[in-house]
Design a protein around this ligand. Structure first.
Ligand code: AMP
Length: 249
């Protein structure tokens, strides 16, 4: 069984995000970019399935500028077998990404697509769900545990107030939550090996997908600085202030 793992290039999670001076978005110049952390978890899970003899090949896909090729190389250095870079400038919205992935699924016929639950740049949390909808496949989102047996998938997902268990028939779309696994670091020999693994280059036009944005960003603003709190003397003062100053009781 083939596994398809979409990996997005995003601003590194440790970077202190700054709003661009013209308010059009966030500052990207000279900012460290990395693989979306939830996608590292997806790559790790795919590798574990292959190591357990449950998958034959892992294909990492990224849709973005030429530099997204580095994100694919990271996935290859972790252990993915080959890559597909769909080159395009500008941000591609989740529906455009899902439509491209739908076409790649049709060409590659994977048994599972494992995505991150959300990309930490725009926090959309939409692509996996849209892809499952377009394909008409089972979906298991926010996976914190995966068990694959006899062509069926037992998936534990984190929901408000506890854990939910789903049984899915394959093929299926999975999205990863933080506690699914701890991704491995790529070793130096594997980073060298990754340079020789094949990466196909495509464009959205090759898949007949129009990636024109449907959403318009009107403004991006820095959140207001938090005001200092106050320490009250006793509960009577707290109640008095909540009643007369805050007007919430
Ligand atoms: P989102 O719906 O944007 O929060 O993204 C959810 C997941 O979809 C990510 O964790 C990735 O696995 C995948 N994804 C989104 N955008 C891209 C992209 N441009 N290239 C590759 N994978 C993507």
């Amino acid at each position: 069984m083939k596994l398809l793992v979409p990996v997005k290039r995003v601003i590194d999670y440790k970077v202190n995000i700054r709003v661009a001076s013209d308010g059009s978005g966030v500052e990207l110049a000279n900012v460290k970019m990395s693989m979306n952390p939830f996608d590292e978890i997806a790559v790790e899970e795919a590798i574990r399935l292959r190591e357990a003899g449950l998958a034959s090949e892992i294909i990492a896909v990224s849709i973005g500028p030429a530099q997204a090729g580095e994100t694919i190389r990271t996935a290859l250095a972790m252990g993915a077998d080959r890559g597909i870079l769909v080159k395009c400038e500008g941000n591609v919205e989740p529906l455009g990404v899902a439509k491209i992935l739908q076409k790649i699924v049709a060409a590659e016929a994977p048994g599972l697509v494992i995505l991150g639950k959300q990309a930490i740049d725009d926090d959309c949390n939409q692509t996996g769900q849209m892809l499952a909808g377009l394909l008409g496949w089972a979906q298991g989102t926010f996976a914190s545990k995966l068990e694959l047996e006899d062509g069926a998938l037992k998936l534990t997902r984190e929901v408000d107030g506890g854990l939910q268990t789903l049984f899915l028939t394959l093929p299926a779309v999975i999205t990863t939550d933080l506690r699914l696994n701890e991704p491995r670091y790529a070793s130096l020999p594997n980073i060298m090996k990754a340079k020789r693994k094949p990466v196909d280059e495509k464009t959205p036009q090759d898949y007949g997908v129009d990636t024109t944005a449907r959403l318009e960003v009107l403004e991006t603003k820095q959140p207001e600085a938090r005001k200092a709190g106050i320490i009250v003397e006793n509960t009577a003062e707290l109640v008095e202030r909540l009643k007369n100053e805050a007007g919430v009781i």
